[in-house]
Design a protein around this ligand. Structure first.
Ligand SMILES: Cc1ncc(C[n+]2csc(CCOP(=O)(O)OP(=O)(O)O)c2C)c(N)n1
Ligand SMILES: [Mg+2]
Length: 600
C-alpha cells in the first residue's frame, strides 16, 4: 500500500526501488504507452523528472550525467517512436561504457505483436545496446527486474533496459509464482577494484625498464587516475598523450602532457608516438590507433579494466587487467626512475611550440571570418575554475579537444559513437548533476540544428548552461573528410544559414554573437558571466582546416586529388593549409606544398 492507502502499481514499485538504489534523476518525454509510468513519476517527486524535447537527448543527458558523476540516471520514453529515438543515446552509453537505465512503454500485455499502434518490440530493438534487457510482466516482477537492471548497469558500466506494457504499468495485482519468493533480491552491489597479480606487474615493470623513450597513451579509463599517471610520467620521463575521451584525465597545463592525439590532437603528440620505443597504454582503446606507434616499433604494456580490450589495438607484451589508479599505484614502486629526461624535455618543447602556434592562430585579429582557433584560445583564457565542457562531433571536436583545460576542469563528448548533437544534452545532464558548476556546451551549427529544441529545455528548467555554437554554415568536418580520406570534392555539406541568436531569444535565452576576433574574449567572458542560460554564436571560417598540422601523408595526397578533381573551395582551403606557421609543423603538407600551391 502507498501512503494514501492506494495499492502500489508496477510503476510505483519500480520508481521506489530506483530511489532505494539512490537513483533519483530521470530525463524523458511522455506518451500514451508510458503514461502509467508517468503517473508514478508524478506521485514520487523525490525522483527528479527533467522533461526534454527529444528522447535521444534524454538518453544522451543520462550519458552526460553518468560521465560527470559515475552514477546512472534514468531515461524514459513511450513505445515505438519514443524508444527508437532513445536508442542512439543508449548506444552512446554502451559504446563509451557508462551506466544508465532506459525505461520504455510497450503494447498491452495481450496485444504485443498484433500490429497495434506503435507496436515495435523495444526489447529486441535494445538487444545489442543493453546487457540487461527485459520486459516487466507485473508488479510481482517489478522489484526483482529493477534490482537486476540497476546492478548490471552499475557493475558492468553498461545501459540496462526495462520495457513495461502499458496496462502492466498500472497493475496493482498479479499472481506471484512459487519461485518468486518475496524479497529474494537486495540492494547489495559491492563496488570492486580490479588489481593485476604481482608477477604481471613485475613483468610490466621489466618491459618498461628495457625502454629508453616511453610514451603513455591515456584514455577514458584513466579518468580519475590523474595523480598516479603524472607520478608514473615523472618516474619514467614519459610524456602523456591523451586520447579524445581521456582529455580531462590530466589537465592541459600539466608538464607531462602533449595534449590530444590523432587528427584532432597536437603535433607534439604525433612526434612522441613517432619517436618512442616503449608504450604504456592506460585505459584506451581509441579507434584512431593508426596514429599510435607502428606495431613492432615499441615494447608495450597495457592497463585496462576490460580484459577483452588487452592487445586489441597494439601487440602488447604485458596486459594488466585492472583499474587505472589501482594498477598504476601498484606498479609505481616497481618502476625505476629514468635518469635521461631528454625524451620528456623534447616533448615539452614541442608542446610549447604547439601552444604558441595555437596562440598565434587564436589571436589573429585580422582574419575575416574569424578563425575557429580564436574561440578555442579565448575560451581557454576565460573558462571559470571548475568548468565542465562538453564537445561535439565535427571540426568542433578538434577545436574543443584543443581547449587548454586547467586542473579541476572536466570534459567529455560522444567519443566512440561520435554522435552529432551530444554536447547540449550532455551539458543538460552535467548541469543537473552539478548545479553549481559552470557548464559549457561547445557545438557546431550542424549539431545545433539537430538538437535546437533543447535550448527550450534550458529555459524550462532554468539550467544556466552556456552553448557556444561555431557557425560556419557547413558540415565542415565532412568537407575535410571527403577531401582527405577519399580524395573526393565536397558534396552535401552546405547548411542554410540559421541565426542562432534569434533562435536562442525565441527560446527565452540570452544571445551573444561574435563575428570579430578582437571581440571574442570580451563577449565570451560576458556570456559566461551571465546568470542564466545563453547561446554564443561564433561566426567562423568554414575553410579553416581542423587538422592541418596533424594530417598523415595519405591525407595530404587525397587532398591534392580532391583539389585536382575540382573541389569548389580549394583556393581558400589550399591557402589555409599553406599558412607558413602551419607548414613548419606539418611534414605531410610540406611534402605536397608545390602541388597545393597551384590551387591557391
Ligand atoms: C548523428 C550523426 N550524423 C552524422 C555524422 C557524421 N558527421 C560527423 S561530423 C559532421 C558535421 C558536423 O557539422 P557541424 O556540427 O556544423 O560541425 P563542423 O564540422 O562544421 O564544425 C557529420 C555530418 C555523425 N557523426 N553523427
Ligand atoms: Mg558547421
Amino acid at each position: 500500500m502507498s501512503e494514501d492507502g492506494s495499492p502500489r502499481t508496477t510503476s510505483d514499485l519500480v520508481v521506489e526501488r530506483l530511489l532505494d538504489w539512490g537513483i533519483d534523476t530521470c530525463f524523458g518525454l511522455c506518451g500514451d504507452q508510458i503514461n502509467g509510468f508517468f503517473e508514478a513519476l508524478r506521485t514520487h517527486p523525490r525522483m527528479r523528472f527533467v522533461h526534454v524535447r527529444h528522447e535521444e537527448n534524454a538518453a544522451l543527458a543520462c550519458v552526460g550525467y553518468a560521465k560527470f558523476t559515475g552514477r546512472p540516471a534514468v531515461c524514459v520514453a513511450t513505445a515505438g517512436p519514443g524508444a527508437i529515438h532513445l536508442l542512439n543515446g543508449v548506444y552512446d552509453a554502451r559504446i563509451d561504457g557508462v551506466p544508465l537505465l532506459a525505461i520504455t512503454g510497450l503494447s498491452y500485455h495481450d496485444t504485443v505483436g498484433t500490429h497495434l499502434l506503435q507496436d515495435v518490440p523495444p526489447d529486441r530493438l535494445f538487444d545489442q545496446a543493453c546487457l540487461y534487457n527485459e520486459r516487466i510482466m507485473g508488479p510481482a516482477h517489478a522489484v526483482t527486474a529493477t534490482d537486476l537492471a540497476v546492478r548490471s548497469a552499475l557493475m558492468n558500466r553498461t545501459p540496462s533496459h526495462l520495457a513495461i506494457p502499458i496496462d502492466v504499468q498500472s497493475w496493482t495485482e498479479d499472481t506471484r509464482s512459487p519461485k518468486n519468493t518475496p524479497g529474494h533480491t537486495s540492494l547489495a552491489a559491492q563496488p570492486f577494484t580490479v588489481r593485476p597479480p604481482h608477477e604481471q606487474l613485475r613483468a610490466a615493470a621489466d618491459v618498461l625498464a628495457g625502454c629508453e623513450r616511453i610514451a603513455i597513451c591515456a584514455g577514458a579509463g584513466a579518468r580519475g587516475a590523474g595523480e598516479e599517471l603524472e607520478e608514473v610520467a615523472e618516474t619514467l620521463g614519459a610524456p602523456i598523450v591523451k586520447a579524445g575521451l581521456g582529455k580531462d584525465c590530466v589537465p592541459d597545463d600539466s608538464p607531462y602532457t602533449t595534449g590530444g592525439m590523432g587528427l584532432i590532437g597536437t603535433r607534439a603528440s604525433h612526434q612522441v608516438f613517432e619517436d618512442c620505443d616503449g608504450f604504456l597504454i592506460v585505459g584506451s582503446s581509441t579507434p584512431y590507433h593508426e596514429f599510435w606507434p607502428a606495431p613492432g616499433q615499441a615494447r608495450a604494456v597495457q592497463i585496462d579494466v576490460n580484459a577483452d580490450r588487452i592487445a586489441l589495438r597494439y601487440p602488447v607484451e604485458v596486459g594488466l587487467v585492472g583499474d587505472a589508479g589501482t594498477t598504476l599505484r601498484a606498479l609505481l614502486p616497481l618502476l625505476e626512475r629514468k635518469s635521461d629526461r631528454g625524451f620528456l624535455e623534447r616533448a615539452q618543447r614541442a608542446t610549447a611550440e604547439w601552444w604558441e602556434l595555437l596562440r598565434q592562430q587564436g589571436t589573429d585579429g585580422s582574419a575575416v571570418p574569424m578563425r575557429p582557433q580564436t574561440v578555442t584560445w579565448q575560451l581557454s583564457e576565460v573558462l571559470p575554475d571548475g568548468a565542465i565542457v562538453t564537445g561535439d562531433a565535427g571540426s568542433v571536436t578538434a577545436w574543443s579537444n584543443r581547449l587548454r583545460l586547467r586542473r579541476g576542469m572536466r570534459y567529455s563528448f560522444s567519443g566512440t559513437l561520435c554522435s552529432m548533437g551530444a554536447a547540449l544534452p550532455y551539458a543538460i545532464g552535467a548541469q543537473i548533476a552539478h548545479p553549481d558548476r559552470p557548464v559549457i556546451a561547445f557545438t557546431g551549427d550542424g549539431s545545433m540544428t539537430m538538437g535546437m529544441g533543447e535550448l527550450a529545455s534550458l529555459a524550462q528548467h532554468g539550467l544556466p548552461v552556456k552553448v557556444i555554437v561555431l557557425r560556419n554554415d557547413s558540415l565542415s568536418l565532412e568537407v575535410w573528410e571527403q577531401n582527405a580520406l577519399l580524395g573526393n570534392p565536397q558534396t552535401a555539406c552546405d547548411l542554410h544559414p540559421v541565426d542562432f541568436c534569434k533562435v536562442a531569444e525565441a527560446c527565452g535565452l540570452a544571445a551573444y554573437r561574435i563575428d570579430r576576433a578582437d571581440h571574442a574574449r570580451d563577449v565570451l567572458a560576458e556570456a559566461l558571466a551571465h546568470e542564466g542560460p545563453a547561446v554564443v554564436e561564433a561566426v567562423v571560417d568554414p575553410h579553416e582546416s581542423p587538422f592541418g598540422e596533424t594530417l598523415l601523408p595519405s591525407h595530404a595526397q587525397h587532398i591534392v586529388t580532391a583539389y585536382r578533381r575540382g573541389e569548389r573551395d580549394r583556393a581558400r582551403m589550399a591557402g589555409n593549409l599553406l599558412e607558413p606557421a602551419r607548414l613548419r609543423m606539418s611534414p605531410a603538407v610540406r611534402d605536397h606544398q608545390e602541388e597545393l600551391s597551384r590551387f591557391r
